[in-house]
Write a protein that binds this ligand. Structure first.
Ligand code: DAH
Length: 347
């Protein structure tokens, strides 16, 4: 019954909003709503599914709907007659208009735009690459040859396994593949960020998803140092989270960088004194980074004696969760309007 009420209300709105300016349009209206296979007949047939004790109420509702539709038809017909006689439209121009909902930007897009904006101000340009990648760009060129144990760090969705002389196709597991594509073009110096969607064969939970977004950064030139990397990321954090936030680097391992590090920021919730979000440590990890491994440069035919570079990669959802204190990653892909409408349309 409740469903029927909602349906009728929805159809009424639709019928009220129908605009008819010609006889042909009026005929379309009649067939659609009052014809033998029209909506009124169809919805009347719903009576069959109504529980016996609700038949009376449903009958009254549907009869009223039928009358409503017929009288709207009459009204449109009269309007058309008037229009034909006087040439004025069947629209009362003094009525207030219908408010159009303009929607709001997705929180991940808001943060994506903010991250891109910050790096653009430092002279980085945006580069994009394909989501369906070959093994070379996603792994081998990044210093992860076949059977390298670090391939297990990222559970991969394979599309096809290579036969002799063919390529292995997969869904990219990280945006680091775009680094390779850009370096292979051979135009140096190179200063890019590569935002995009990546895929991993993970069980979906509050903290992991089978697809998410990353932003990769890469700077290759002569005499690029780890100090440049630190300063760039420090600037990013200050712009992103404000100047009270502290950073720290921890040694780490990535096959494509040497040395490698992970960067933490002081917890935005407790300011470093320890809470549930930072698991009482006062720090939260936000990205991986390092100096581009000479083997990666050589794989892209860049002279590693002349050029050096730094790279970093971060998850956009992670930054978004920290920025807005969202505790469950799944909210970003469920499309629940009650969640999405909380984020401003302006940014
Ligand atoms: N590709 C790494 C991942 O998906 C992230 C990353 C770490 C990217 C270090 C980098 C880097 O460019 O230098 O986990």
């Amino acid at each position: 019954m409740e469903q029927l009420l909602a349906q009728v209300a929805q159809h009424k709105l639709e019928i009220l909003a129908a605009v008819v300016t010609t006889k042909d349009e009026l005929e379309v209206f009649r067939v659609k709503y009052l014809g033998t296979k029209g909506l009124v007949k169809t919805i009347m047939a719903e009576m069959r599914n109504v529980a016996p004790e609700q038949k009376k109420e449903a009958g009254a509702l549907l009869n009223a709907f039928k009358e409503f539709t017929e009288s709207r038809f009459q009204q449109l017909l009269d309007g058309l007659g008037l229009q034909e006689q006087s040439g004025t439209a069947d629209t009362d121009l003094s009525l207030p208009g219908y408010k159009q909902a303009i929607g709001s930007r997705h929180p991940v897009s808001i943060v994506h735009n903010k991250i891109v904006g910050i790096f653009q101000r430092l002279g980085f340009t945006v580069a994009e690459g394909p989501e369906i990648e070959d093994d070379w760009h996603n792994f081998t060129a990044l210093n992860l040859p076949q059977n390298h144990p670090a391939r297990d760090m990222q559970d991969t969705f394979y599309i096809s396994h290579a036969e002799e002389g063919e390529k292995d196709w997969l869904l990219r597991t990280h945006t680091s593949s775009v680094q390779i594509r850009e370096m292979e073009k051979g135009i140096l110096p190179l200063r890019i960020i590569c935002p995009g969607r990546v895929y991993r064969n993970e069980t979906i939970s509050a903290r992991a998803h089978c697809f998410f977004n990353q932003v990769e950064g890469l700077y290759i030139a002569e005499e690029v140092s780890f100090a440049d990397l630190k300063q760039t990321l420090y600037f990013f954090v200050q712009e992103m989270f404000g100047d009270k936030v502290k950073i720290r680097f921890r040694p780490s391992y990535f096959p494509f960088t040497e040395p490698s590090a992970e960067m933490d920021i002081s917890c935005l919730i407790c300011g470093g004194s320890g809470c549930n979000v930072c698991k009482k440590t006062g720090w939260v990890e936000i990205l991986g980074c390092g100096m581009v491994h000479p083997a990666v440069l050589e794989n892209c035919k860049i002279d590693s004696n002349k050029y050096t570079g730094f790279a970093f990669g971060m998850g956009i959802e992670r930054i978004t969760m920290l920025s807005y204190q969202v505790k469950d990653l799944r909210l970003f892909s469920e499309n629940d309007l009650r969640f999405l409408q909380q984020f401003s349309a302006a940014t």
